[in-house]
Each structure stands twice: as C-alpha cells, then as structure tokens.
Ligand binder design. Sequence first.
Ligand code: GLU
Length: 293
Amino acid sequence: MISTAPEYRGRFAPSPSGPLHLGSLVAALGSFLQARCQSGRWLVRIEDIDPPREVSGAADSILTSLEAHGLLWDESVEYQSRNSSFYDQHLDWLAQQQLTYWCDCTRKMIQQQGGHYQGYCRNRKLDNQGCALRIRNNQPVSQFNDLLQGKVCSDMGFASEDFIVKRKDGLYAYHLAVVVDDIRQRISHIVRGADLLQPTACQIMLYRLFNQPVPEYLHLPVIVSQPGLKLSKQNHAPALDNDNASGNLSQVLSWLNHPPPQDLHGAPCAEILQWAIEHWQLSRLPTSKELQQ
Ligand code: GLU
C-alpha cells in the first residue's frame, strides 16, 4: 500500500557559540528520537549567521559530539553562513510586497517606550543607512498548538512587534534565517527547547507571509541549574564528555522520563538509542518548561 502521510523531516539547528553540553543534548536527542520513531529523516544545520557570537572550532566540536553520541544525521550538514542568497531573495520578495521598512531606533529608545517596539518608523521612509530592517507584523499570531505544551497563547507584546529581519550591522536575523531554511529544507517537525516557545509566534507569522505550510512544533523542557537559569554556553555549562557518551544519553533520557533499563547501563550508544527509539512516547515526556538539573 502506498503511504500518503507526508514525509517527516526533523532537524537539530545549533548555533556554534560553544560546544554541546547536556542542555543542548536534550534538543538534539529529542529531535532525533521523534524523527526516528516515525521513520523520519533528521538533519543538522549549523546556524552560523552571527560571527560575533561564534566560537572558533565550535561547529566541528558539535558535529564530533553528535557522532560520538550515535546521533547520525541524514543528508549533508547545512551552514547558514552559505545561505545569504536565499535570505536576500526572501527579503527582496518581502520588500516588493511592501512588508518591510527601515528603522533607526536604538535599543535605548525602545526601552524608554516600554521595551516593545511600537512601529515608530513604519511611515518614515528611511533608507538602509545605519538602519535595521523590520517586518510589518500586520497579522500577529496570538496562539498556536504545540505537540507537547498544548495550546500556547502568545505574549502579544512580543508576538505583535514589527520584529527585525536584518540587523543594523547587516547580519540576517535569526527569525528570518531559521524560517527560510526550514522552508527550503522542507522541515515538517521542529523539536527544540522551550526557551524558543515565544519566538515561535513570530516564525509562524513569517510562514504565513511566505504562503508556506506551518510545521508542527514540539518544545521540550530546558534544563536549568536553578529556576530561570538555563544550562547554557553563556552560563558556562561544561562541554559534553564524549568519552561518557552512553552515560550522557542515559542522563538525558532519564530527564525526559525515559530512563533506560539497568542492563543497558554502560551499553554502546547505538544500543541505548535503539531502545529509546522503540520506547519513545510523547505522553511520557515532562511538560514543564524547565527541569532542574
Ligand atoms: N540556533 C538556535 C539555537 O541554537 C536554535 C534554532 C531552532 O532550533 O529553531 O538556539
């Protein structure tokens, strides 16, 4: 029988701002298992569009860690730094539809207006000199469904802003790049950390502008060292020890309420992953947005 179900295509999209740590392994492993248990494809994309935040050698170290943990991707790794022409094409299209405008407001000015941009430059007809490019967010997304978190209501202060799609320094903004690439790579399911739950509304808005089908979203809890303090490169979370790869996988699976059985302790990564693919169930995942380390 020919299956008519659309192809599952998932991805892990780390920014190379440091090596992988246990917190980022949650998103890597969660997106991998969700794809594999549906016989889907799993891609890796290095989101290196922000050179000032990039740490040299981090992209290679991330890929080495993924391999050491048995998280083997399909198709070749993409690097956002090579995709400028795609971002420009989409920005040109938005400009033709008069959906973008230039803005010279500083962060300080926006803070003084309450922290959310109020559209001050919408009709000022500025040119690009020293300006950021903003999107006209005429139809903000007020809610969406998440496969784990259920119905998510947007923080409208944030979701209804005319957000930046190209920065003053000429760099492409995360929202633009992530949506353009997920469309191009035909990503059907986005599984990532709950720290990206609120930005999702802005991204869905872009899919709608581009007339593209919106992917399914699943936001996993983020690991915190204390409430509100995400385990992250910025908070100096230690790099994954690749020599303890199967222990790391077991640790993350336990956090995600899928502790491997005793007899798999110390087993090779491939065996732990095989067990996890067979036992992975959304209904067993914790729905909290934060999990204490
Ligand atoms: N590159 C982003 C990060 O490392 C994640 C992007 C995404 O998964 O949508 O935080």
